[in-house]
Design a protein around this ligand. Structure first.
Ligand code: ATP
Ligand code: MG
Length: 275
C-alpha cells in the first residue's frame, strides 16, 4: 500500500508519524520504504541517513535524471538506501530538491514519482511518503502517486480551517489526476484530553463526519528524544505510552478503524506517567 502523510500546515507531526508508522510496519515483518520528499530531510535524518554517504543518491537525483540518446535512466530501486533497522528502507531527500523543483515542473515530471512507486511497490509491501509543509510540486507528486492519505492534525485553532482547505485541494487533485486516492484518515497528534479546545475541535470534525482514526497520539518528550537519537520509538522506547499508541494507530490505519460520530474522544493520561 502506498500512503502519503500530508498537511500543508507545518510542524503537525508529518515526519514523526511517517517514520514511526513505517518503523512499526517494518518491525512487524513488512518490507517497508520511506520516501522523503521534503527538502528539510527530517525523515531521512531521523532514519540515520548521512547526506554525504557514498553511492545511491537521493530522490532528487532520481527525479532529475535525463535519458539521452546514449543513456538510459537508472531504475528507482538504485536510489534506495538500507537503514539501520531491519526491513526498513529509505529513498532520501536532498537539498537539491529545492533547486530542481521549477525545472521538473516545466518538464512535466509530476507523474514520475507515481511511475517509480508502481515499480517499487512490487518489492515493498508498505510505502510511506513524507511531504513538505506546502502544496508544491513534490506534495502534488506524492498525492498523485499514493493510494491513501493520512492527515496529521495538531488540535490548534487554525488547524480546522487548514484541514478544510487541504480537503478541497485533495479532492480537486483526486478528480483531475488520481481517482485511486482515498483519505485514509486524520491522525490526531499531541492530543491533550484535559483541555477544552482539542475536544471541541474533535467534536466539530465528528459532526462533519470526517474520518478520524480511533487512536490519538499524546504529546511526549520521548518524541524529541527519539529524533535526536535517530531511533524511531519502537527501537528506542518499546514500552512507552506514546509507542503503544503508535502501535494502536498502526492497526487503525491498516484496518481503516475510525471514531464513530457518537464516540467520545478517549480520555488520555499524560504520556509521561508511564515513561
Ligand atoms: N506526539 C508528539 N509529542 C511531542 N512532540 C511531538 C509529537 N509529534 C511531533 N512532535 C514534535 O513536533 C515537532 C514537529 O514534528 P514533525 O517534524 O514530525 O512535524 P512535521 O509536520 O513533519 O513538520 P514540518 O512541517 O516542518 O515538516 C518536532 O520537534 C517533533 O519532535
Ligand atoms: Mg516534516
Amino acid at each position: 500500500m502506498k500512503r502519503v502523510v500530508f498537511n500543508q500546515k507545518g510542524g503537525v507531526g508529518k515526519s514523526s508519524i511517517t517514520c514511526n508508522l513505517a518503523a512499526i510496519s517494518a518491525a512487524r515483518g513488512a518490507k517497508t520504504l520511506v520516501v522523503d520528499l521534503d527538502v528539510q530531510g527530517n525523515s531521512s535524518h531521523y532514519l540515520g541517513y548521512e547526506p554525504d554517504q557514498p553511492g545511491n543518491g537521493s530522490v532528487a537525483d532520481f527525479l532529475d535524471q535525463r535519458s539521452g540518446f546514449f543513456s538510459v535512466e537508472k531504475a528507482p530501486a538504485e536510489f534506495v538506501h538500507a537503514t539501520p533497522f531491519e526491513n526498513l528502507y529509505l529513498l532520501p531527500a536532498s537539498p537539491k530538491l529545492a533547486h530542481i523543483e521549477k525545472d521538473l515542473e516545466s518538464r512535466y515530471k509530476i507523474y514520475k514519482l507515481r511511475d517509480a512507486l508502481v515499480e517499487l511497490a512490487k518489492d515493498y509491501e508498505e510505502i510511506y511518503i513524507d511531504t513538505p509543509p506546502n502544496l508544491n510540486f513534490y506534495s502534488k507528486s506524492a498525492l498523485i502517486a499514493a493510494e491513501e492519505l493520512l492527515i496529521p492534525f495538531d488540535c490548534d485553532s487554525f488547524s480546522l480551517q487548514a484541514l478544510h482547505l487541504l480537503l478541497e485541494n485533495v479532492f480537486e487533485l483526486k478528480s483531475d489526476h488520481n481517482q485511486a486516492l482515498e483519505v485514509g484518515g486524520i491522525v490526531v497528534n499531541q492530543y491533550q484530553g484535559q483541555a477544552r479546545l482539542p475536544r471541541q475541535l474533535i467534536e466539530a470534525m465528528q459532526g462533519e463526519q470526517l474520518p478520524i482514526y480511533n487512536t490519538f497520539l499524546p504529546a511526549s518528550v520521548k518524541m524529541k528524544e527519539s529524533h535526536s537519537l535517530r531511533k524511531p520509538l519502537p527501537h528506542m522506547a518499546a514500552r512507552h505510552k506514546l509507542t503503544l499508541q503508535f502501535e494502536l494507530l498502526h492497526d487503525d490505519v491498516m484496518e481503516g478503524r475510525h471514531l464513530r460520530v457518537e464516540d467520545e474522544p478517549v480520555e488520555q493520561e499524560p504520556a509521561e506517567q508511564s515513561a
